[in-house]
Design a protein. Structure first.
Lengths: 343, 360
């Protein structure tokens, strides 16, 4: 079975390739944009001499590159997505690229689409959590965002990407598994999710307070993707991905300050964040966008409204956390500390 | 009369067009279009545009817009302009106008022959201090321009630059004048109001300002450009730099009477005046006079901010307002076609020297 991993050069992609090798998959095509990212994949594959790890460079915005990527594969892990840039770039890299890939799968002679399984790595950002009451649990039954125009472009693009996959699945008949990770973190990743707070100028505004952070350590997330993506009962299912023993935003920030670097932070309670968001939103509207509405009441509710989370469905497939949350945070902070020293 | 506006091309810059169009009360954005339906759909969704299309003919037929904004890559500008003016639309084009000077000439011709109006998005020239400079020049405060310096800094470390450098298939790499072709309009269109020669002497040199990766062809990564231009009465320097910090967009006009310094980033315009004070006093007073100019400009900016007229693309809003007004009143468009053609001709001459294999 030839496996395709798109976005293999990314933070999560390399870990998914490693977990696939660990699980015994021996024929893997890694699709990635940047040649410089290929070296780490070759290092990983060196530990599995019996495996064939092919590096396939290209851009999923190109239909011909998609055709090369899709040739002869029967299991696709689609991780490639736009993470930053303009809204147009996010849509091009997440939605247009996905459509190109799915069309390439449909256009092949070697493997009919219905005999192919596609595993999409989506995001928590697709949930319509702004409408939930404070403390409500987010699980796979939580409704999808109904007001995408009020959310950030990343969430908009991921929501549209999911809709595209379900539409194409109905039309083409492939098996579809969707995973929705929370905040992926670990060595090589960033320090803070917006769920903890925002750095504005020299001050870090701690907005997450005592909210739980749906953290997913990169190794644990990759394991979840492989377990769910290859499980015989997962076709047509959606799985939320986060670790057990989730820390609060406050606990995470305290640990960061203790182990990585001292920093100034100002904690804003949720009601004050909402008030400030309302004022900024109002000014943004009155001034016709003179200052960007980086926070609106709707976005504040989505990011800092405060939810609990369940990964019970993922556990039901047999997924177990490879690295405990305390070890994961320690490893992440050790990496970030080292990075800080180098800078 | 409410003008109906449509946009073809739903990439990154289309967001700015939509935002500025929505600030103008006398017009309505009726539809957006992109060959890629997902891109048209996303723009319409994010800005609540009533209709979106993936075929420009269908959109022009169904919506019958008065003005079409063309924000596609420049390869398509000529054919889209011809299609738009034939359908009765006036045209507002994003820079670069076209890949080659001949195409720019054809675009202007298409507008002139059909009696439709055309403008190019030379928005920095419509920032408040740029308009003030124009008024000073026309009032004779500067005298005759002797020398003009246009400095254009560019941030290749940002998101756009990262995407451009990372992706060898990025559409900017496919421009014959590569990176320079995408941005040089803004460096040159600042000097053309002062340098009116049709065929000035031009000497250009370009180089790569950072070590190139092993195996990379440095000629493919040119990101520094210097140009000397000499007209019959006025000379000019143009500096395009990707590495100098802080990023600077500025224009200096040395006249026979006074010199003006325009900072597009800080939105300030100050005058270096001839001194009447004798000896050491002539060296004592200028900093205070300049400080007074900066204070006045700073207060003007505070006033603009307090009246919500200090947006990044405020110049584009002003340019669009003037363009739409010219359509409504059938008056001359805000940018003289001769200026558009002179910018384009200069770009072609520069690229002939920088990329002779392409522009021979």
């Amino acid at each position: 079975m030839k496996v395709l991993v798109t976005g293999a050069g990314g933070f999560l992609g390399a870990h998914v390739v490693e977990r696939l090798l660990t699980h015994g998959y021996t024929d893997i095509r890694c699709f990635l944009r940047e040649r410089s990212k290929g070296e780490q994949l070759l290092r990983i594959s060196a530990a599995y001499p019996d495996a064939q790890v092919e590096l396939c460079f290209g851009n999923l915005r190109s239909k011909s590159d998609c055709a090369r990527a899709a040739a002869d594969v029967s299991l696709v892990f689609h991780l490639a997505a736009g993470l930053k840039g303009s809204p147009a770039e996010l849509f091009a890299d997440s939605v247009v690229a996905s459509r190109n890939l799915l069309e390439a799968l449909e256009g092949r002679d070697s493997f009919p689409a219905p005999q192919t399984r596609v595993v999409l790595v989506s995001s928590f950002g697709v949930y319509g959590v702004a409408a939930l009451r404070r403390g409500a649990q987010v699980d796979e039954q939580t409704p999808l965002e109904g007001r995408p125009e009020l959310r950030d472009p990343y969430s908009q693009s991921k929501l549209r990407q999911e809709q595209l996959f379900w539409d194409c699945q109905r039309k083409m008949g492939f098996e579809l598994v969707i995973l929705r990770p929370g905040v992926i973190y670990g060595p090589g990743g960033g320090a803070f999710s917006n769920r903890v707070g925002l750095q504005i100028g020299p001050v870090f505004f701690h907005l997450g307070g005592s909210n739980l952070l749906p953290l997913s350590y990169v190794d644990n997330c990759a394991e979840a993707i492989v377990v769910a993506g290859t499980h015989p009962d997962s076709a047509g299912q959606v799985y939320n991905v986060h670790d057990d023993d989730l820390p609060t935003a406050s606990r995470y920030l305290r640990a960061y300050k203790k182990h990585v670097r001292r920093m100034r932070s100002v904690r804003l309670p949720y009601f004050m964040t909402r008030m400030l968001a309302g004022a900024l939103e109002s000014y943004h509207r009155r001034s016709q966008g003179q200052l960007p509405a980086i926070i609106t009441r709707y976005k504040a509710a989505a990011a800092w409204g405060g939810n609990t989370f369940s990964n019970a469905k993922l556990h039901g497939l047999g997924w177990r956390q490879l690295v405990s949350t305390s070890d994961a945070m320690a490893q992440t902070f050790a990496y970030l500390s080292e990075q800080g020293k180098q800078q | 009369m409410t003008l109906k506006i449509a946009i073809i091309g739903c990439g990154k810059i289309a967001d700015a067009h939509v935002e500025e169009i929505r600030k103008i009360p006398s017009v309505q954005l009726v539809a957006v279009c992109d060959l890629e339906p997902i891109m048209a759909e996303q723009l319409a969704m994010r800005f609540a545009v009533p209709n979106w299309y993936s075929n420009v003919s269908t959109m022009l037929e169904a919506e019958k817009p008065d003005v079409l904004h063309i924000t596609t890559p420049p390869q398509s500008h000529l054919s889209l302009t011809r299609q738009a003016v034939a359908a009765g639309c006036h045209v507002f084009i994003e820079k670069p106008v076209a890949l080659r000077h001949g195409d720019v000439v054809a675009i202007v011709q298409a507008a002139v022959e059909t009696g439709k109006k055309l403008a190019v998005n030379y928005w920095p020239n419509f920032e408040a201090p740029a308009l003030e400079l124009r008024r000073l020049y026309e009032a004779g405060t500067l005298g005759s321009p002797v020398h003009v310096e246009s400095f254009y800094g560019y941030n290749l470390a940002g998101e756009y630059g990262t995407a451009f450098k990372r992706d060898p298939d990025h559409w900017v790499h496919r421009l014959p004048g590569k990176l320079f072709q995408n941005v040089l309009d803004h460096a040159l269109n600042k000097i053309t109001p002062f340098l009116v020669d049709e065929h000035p002497f031009i000497q250009a040199v370009a180089y790569c300002g950072e070590p190139t990766p092993d195996g990379a062809d440095p000629s493919q990564l040119l990101d520094e450009l210097r140009v000397i231009i000499r007209g019959s009465q006025t000379s000019a320097y143009v500096t395009f730099t990707s590495h100098a910090r802080p990023i600077e967009h500025s224009l200096r006009v040395h006249g026979t009477r006074n010199t003006a310094r325009l900072d597009f980033q800080a939105r300030t315009l100050v005058l270096d005046r001839q001194q009447g004070f004798p000896s050491a006093l002539g060296r004592l007073f200028p900093p205070f006079l300049t400080a007074k100019d900066y204070l006045r400009q700073g207060l003007k900016n505070v006033n603009s901010f307090s009246h919500a007229r200090f947006h990044y693309f405020d110049g584009m809003r002003r340019l669009l307002s003037e363009f739409y007004l010219s359509v409504e009143r059938d008056s001359p468009p805000p940018i003289d076609y001769g200026e558009i053609l002179r910018v384009s001709a200069m770009m072609e001459r520069i690229f002939e020297q920088v990329y002779p294999e392409v522009f021979a």
